[in-house]
Design a protein. Structure first.
Length: 125
């Protein structure tokens, strides 16, 4: 698969400052457990950084929504594998979290397809 097609299918990668090789983010507002924990002082999700700052900019919000919608695309695993395979390090969800078992299984498939990449998946789900 060509990189351009992979970007079209997945919505492309995000570029957080602390991850030089990119990441994949979706809206923090879509976090299932995080929506609850964000309201509980002292939890990891209270004061969530992904609900403020640059994550609130319209262009960022639109990109994260595209990525969220892409999760059901039948070629998502193949497309993500194309985008991640040459990276040494990759972060999942600098914003957002796992949307369910099907999403997690797809991430596992991408990880299995990219053994030369160290994957980082912080989660509250």
């Amino acid at each position: 698969m060509l990189k351009k097609e992979a970007e079209r299918i997945t919505g492309g990668l995000s570029k957080p400052g602390k991850m030089p090789e990119g990441a994949y983010n979706i809206p923090a507002s879509a976090c299932q457990t995080g929506q609850i924990l964000a309201k509980v002082e002292g939890t990891p999700c209270s004061g969530c950084y992904a609900l403020k700052n640059r994550y609130r900019m319209p262009i960022q919000k639109a990109a994260m929504e595209r990525r969220l919608k892409s999760l059901t695309h039948p070629r998502w695993v193949e497309a993500m594998t194309t985008l991640v395979k040459k990276k040494k390090h990759f972060r999942w969800h600098d914003s957002g979290d796992i949307q369910g078992v099907a999403h997690l299984k797809k991430i596992f498939e991408v990880c299995n397809n990219t053994p030369g990449t160290m994957h980082w998946l912080p989660t509250q789900e």
